[in-house]
Design a protein around this ligand. Sequence first.
Ligand code: ATP
Length: 323
Amino acid sequence: MITLSGLRKVYPARGGEVVALDGIDLHVERGRIHGIVGESGAGKSTLIRCLTALERPTSGSVVIDGADLAALGERALRAQRRRIGMVFQHVNLLEARTAAENVAYPLRVAKVPRARQAERVRELLELVGLTHRADAYPAQLSGGQKQRVGIARALAADPAVLLCDEPTSALDADTTRQILGLIRDVRDRLGLTVLIITHEMSVVREVCDSVTLLEHGRIAEHGAVADVVADPRSRLARALVPLPPAGPEAGTVDVELSFGAGHGTASVLATVAGLGADVDVSAGTIETLAGDRVGRLRLTVPAARRAEVLGTLHGAGLHAEVA
Ligand SMILES: Nc1ncnc2c1ncn2[C@@H]1O[C@H](COP(=O)(O)OP(=O)(O)OP(=O)(O)O)[C@@H](O)[C@H]1O
């Protein structure tokens, strides 16, 4: 479980200061996968550094797995860091060591007895599907396999939390899907809490239960993925479930309709069909995100029926507004 309260980080800068994080409140439940998205400079790296205690917050608190990082002494902090596994974009494996030796490395540092090390490395390589490559050197592994070694290494000390910093940015689409599948799988098996920093909406769509949009060090949007998509004002929704661009035809208005968990697709479509033959669906996207069916539709509505159509859609509990 991760809880950030009033997290603020200010860096001194020439001629003033840079507020990198400006009062972040965030709670990620145990066993959830949470995505943090935001443009370059939004504060994502600073957030990761505060979560790993590489950076001390200017104010506010970071609580990971029940421990307030600011309240820990050096020794306790080192122990707590082991409760946090890190997965990076560039895996940084020891080139002269095999996959198995790379996974064993944090266990050696933690002075785990040799026999237990070997057993644990076997378990971890099996978990990430790399038993057959245990003796391969990094140069002999594909990008996806290297990332699997990176994930196994991050899990070696049995962490409660996995922080992933752009874990798939260096990978192609197929390998990305496999690595995200693996992250979901280890979350399911080990009950980990996972935070993924990413600039890829596909990562959020594929694997996240909830998402935060950071902007200038603040939370601009936040929520369960299905709820964010169902919010017609959400910019994240437009990025997550995009509709093709269009302009309204003369005498009509475009009404955008979004729905999330709790609305069956068939009942939404039945409501739309009930609006009458002069209301057309000009674009639509329906997907399953975080296990919920979510969707957005663009309707072409005669301008004269605008208020009545919006009234009917709202009456059916749907989010709808003129685009
Ligand atoms: N050590 C530092 N000293 C001064 N300013 C910093 C420092 N680290 C980050 N900043 C500033 O804090 C703000 C947030 O930076 P941060 O690196 O956290 O953003 P980011 O979202 O990770 O960006 P990117 O995706 O490009 O890595 C930026 O304005 C950056 O210039």
